[in-house]
Design a protein around this ligand. Structure first.
Ligand code: NAD
Length: 497
């Protein structure tokens, strides 16, 4: 019997009003049911928002350092349960253990950062233009947050949002992706164990069109933090605009790694393999375009092809496996479709190119790590987010052309350049239109204490991570304290004439 999971509303584990459920299966072995989850809808969202609204009135008054203390405990419990969570995560979404451990670690790092931020949350004190008057700007909480997350970083992404939101004094309803509801449930269990008060964190399982949309439309939700596809992000933005909700969107990417003729090719090779095929290419920061200087194109392409063919596909719980399955059947079908489209457009399959059904793979959604060569900027495989183990390789004549090609996309999340020339590196930092640029490192590898996010259709200008995320989860309140004992009119009583 598969384990049955519940929603978490107002400090209690509860079933959905209807008895409908959905299953979560292991993408490496479709016969294995990881769990059965409540298929919730508007009613559960309403209850959860109500609980969060009520809890907000007391949570906002808990001193921020005390809110931070709970996050410190959350970090400690995540540390103790790291291996258990990583294993469950691999079973429910497929990426290899090395990476799911890293995913949990990112949550731990974010917890400790947020815990310490509880003792900062700095504001500003500013001199007044009038005598006997004191000015300051302080951060205040906003209210109830809807936290809507994807499946590719089931622990890191929710924690990037929830921990800073909580330290700032907000309460929330968390709607995880329906491909990764079990990891989300463990995270909420950890909150419970750490002593989060009832109603501060609520969890509602279910589909995006039902639970997600109900949250976006709910009049008592004040802010929405969404990570997912650009198509859904745009829809959320439009609906939220009607009630002027604050919205943070972290969306798709089509990230490029540039390899110049002076690059250390061995290093660039390690980088591109990790960037393109880590997490089976299902990272928002995955390297999906490789832009290579013509002088080293043939050599570097053959190096990539040789190595891509040696990557071991399989169940991510086995330590020797390099690349796990696609997250579900639909995602693998998308990958197969894009490979076909690439070939029709004139690209050649230099490595992989097919779904993988060999020994031990038949029951999972595996696809070979695939390299498409001879890709040009107009092809769909160079423009659209595939979100799978497919690398499109393009040839350029110069740094200027490489940067033009890298920028020729509607997205702008991550980017990378391999070069030994400091002038090339700084020109790339200046000219690549992306939220993140790596020099001599792959397009993936965000650190929890640095701003994370993209430009153009990758987002709407907010950043997660680091110190910047605290601007999203708090409102600035400007305070004037006049201790002169008389009416002082700014711009009038202190004017020279
Ligand atoms: P998705 O947009 O399908 O779903 C994301 C979340 O939104 C899920 O919880 C889903 O249930 C919910 N949702 C779906 N439709 C909704 C609706 N109409 N209203 C409200 N919620 C809705 O994305 P996905 O397939 O889970 O994730 C892959 C995408 O996420 C890729 O495009 C990837 O680039 C992006 N992503 C971006 C970042 C980033 O930080 N920029 C990080 C990871 C993933």
């Amino acid at each position: 019997m598969a384990k049955k999971f519940q929603n978490y509303i107002n400090g209690k584990w509860v079933d959905a009003a209807s008895s409908k459920t959905f299953e979560n299966r292991n993408p490496a072995n479709w016969d294995e049911v990881v769990g059965v989850f409540p298929l919730s809808g508007k009613e559960e969202v309403h209850q959860a928002v109500k609980a969060a609204r009520t809890a907000f009135e007391s949570w906002r008054l808990v001193p921020a350092p005390k809110r931070g203390d709970i996050l410190k405990k959350v970090g400690d419990i995540l540390t103790a349960r790291k291996e258990e969570i990583a294993r469950l995560m691999t079973r429910e979404m497929g990426k290899v253990l090395l990476e799911t451990r890293g995913d949990v670690q990112e949550g731990i790092d974010t917890a400790y950062y947020a815990a310490s931020e509880g003792r900062r949350l700095f504001g500003h004190t500013v001199p007044s233009e009038l005598p006997n008057k004191f000015n300051m700007a302080i951060r205040v909480p906003i209210g109830v947050a809807a936290i809507i997350t994807p499946w590719n970083f089931p622990m890191a992404i929710p924690t990037w949002k929830m921990f800073p939101a909580l330290v700032c004094g907000n309460t929330m309803v968390f709607k995880p992706a329906s491909d990764t509801p079990a990891t989300a449930t463990l995270l909420v269990e950890v909150f419970q164990e750490a002593g989060i008060p009832a109603g501060v964190v609520n969890l509602v399982h279910g589909g995006g069109n039902e639970v997600g949309m109900a949250l976006v439309e709910h009049p008592d939700v004040d802010l929405i933090s969404f990570t997912g596809s650009t198509a859904v992000g745009k829809k959320i933005s439009e609906i939220a605009a009607r009630t002027l909700k604050r919205v943070s969107l972290e969306l798709g990417g089509k990230n490029a790694q540039i390899v110049m003729d002076d690059a250390n090719l061995d290093l660039a090779l390690e980088g591109v393999l990790w960037g393109a095929f880590g997490t089976t290419g299902q990272r928002c920061t995955a390297t999906s375009r490789l832009i290579v200087h013509e002088k080293v194109y043939d050599k570097f392409l053959s190096m990539v092809v040789a190595k891509a063919g040696t990557l071991r596909l399989g169940d991510g719980l086995q330590e020797k496996v390099d690349v796990g399955p696609c997250v579900n059947e639909r995602q693998r079908a998308t990958v197969e479709e894009y490979v076909k489209i690439g070939v029709q457009e004139g690209a050649t399959i230099a490595a992989g190119g097919h779904k993988a059904t060999g020994d031990g793979l038949a029951k999972g959604w595996f696809h070979e790590p695939t390299v498409l060569a001879g890709v040009t900027s107009t092809m769909r495989v160079a423009r659209e987010e595939i979100f799978g183990p497919v690398l499109s390789v393009m040839k350029v004549k110069s740094l200027a052309e490489a940067i033009t090609v890298a920028n020729d996309t509607v997205y702008g999340l991550s980017s990378s350049i391999y070069t030994q020339d400091i002038n090339n590196a700084y020109a790339a930092i200046r000219d690549i239109k992306a939220g993140i640029t790596y020099i001599n490192a792959p397009t993936i590898g965000a650190e929890a204490h640095m701003p994370f996010g993209g430009v153009k259709e990758t987002g709407n200008g907010h950043r997660e991570g680091g110190w910047t995320v605290y601007d999203f989860y708090s409102e600035w309140k400007t305070v004037y304290v006049d201790y002169s004992g008389q009416l002082q009119r700014a711009q009038i009583d202190n004017a020279d004439n």
